[in-house]
Ligand binder design. Structure first.
Ligand SMILES: [Zn+2]
Ligand SMILES: [Zn+2]
Length: 248
């Protein structure tokens, strides 16, 4: 019994890992190509090949840790019944995905601010900030302890909101794709990210790598605007990029 359950846990984690790794690779390759039709946010900075290789190596490890958390949470929910039953119908599905987006953004914002404090920054988060001008491959270049702070949401999400496993998985895939794009160094979001849209564009997280102590959220700009942590030049820079771009 124990070995069968342990085997199903490992199989779940392995399947999630394969999906996340494939999503990371495909999104990185696609957006490396699409960068040529977008505007570079830090045109004077280049990232070296050795840094890119560092990011790729670390991402392979980091995605395994995230897969263990998402797969472990999924297995606990489906096998042990740990979690809230999802609401039924299309309305229930829409509610759960919106709730998950808002809750994860809140989780990410506050824990991200926590690991930028003097005590945690060097111990937890500095690895990710070695890249001042991030590239697509930087998205999952984090140390394991960093993932325990920011990505542990995926392990406990079923305990917090009534969401079906497939919907939570879809949210993680969205997070992975937008995370890779957000590190591309080229603005791909444009008008989609201009107020009143609450979505963040690439400029938002690119400035986080440039200036470090600003722009902490991951999906929406609400928390940064409310708490006064949005970079003072964010809107001006994004507007200038939108006005220069033929595609946005
Ligand atoms: Zn950070
Ligand atoms: Zn980053």
């Amino acid at each position: 019994m124990f070995f069968r359950q342990f085997g199903s846990l490992l199989a779940t984690i392995a399947a999630v890992y394969a999906a996340l790794l494939a999503c990371y690779l495909i999104t990185c390759i696609v957006f490396t190509r699409l960068n040529c039709r977008a505007i570079k946010i830090q045109p004077l900075r280049q990232t070296s090949m050795s840094q890119i290789r560092r990011d790729r190596r670390q991402s392979v490890v980091s995605l395994a840790v995230i897969a263990a958390m998402l797969g472990g949470g999924d297995w606990s929910y489906t096998t042990l019944g740990w979690g809230l039953r999802p609401l039924s119908g299309i309305g229930g599905t829409v509610f759960s995905i919106v709730a998950s987006l808002v809750l994860f953004d809140t989780w990410f914002y506050w824990l991200h601010r926590l690991i930028h404090t003097r005590f945690f920054y060097r111990r937890v988060h500095r690895w990710h900030h070695v890249e001042i001008a991030p590239v697509v491959w930087t998205n999952n270049s984090d140390r394991m302890i960093d993932n325990l702070f920011l990505q542990s949401y995926w392990f406990v999400a079923h305990l917090l909101i009534p969401i079906a496993p497939a919907v939570l998985f879809a949210h993680k895939i969205y997070d992975e794709i937008t995370g890779v794009i957000g590190h591309s160094g080229y603005e791909h979001g444009g008008r989609w990210c201009w107020p009143p849209s609450p979505l963040i564009g690439v400029t938002h997280h690119d400035q986080h790598h440039q200036f470090v102590r600003c722009n902490y959220a991951t999906h929406f700009s609400w928390w940064d605007r409310m708490m006064g942590t949005l970079h003072p030049d964010h809107d001006r820079v994004l507007k200038a990029i939108i006005s220069r771009s033929r595609w946005m």
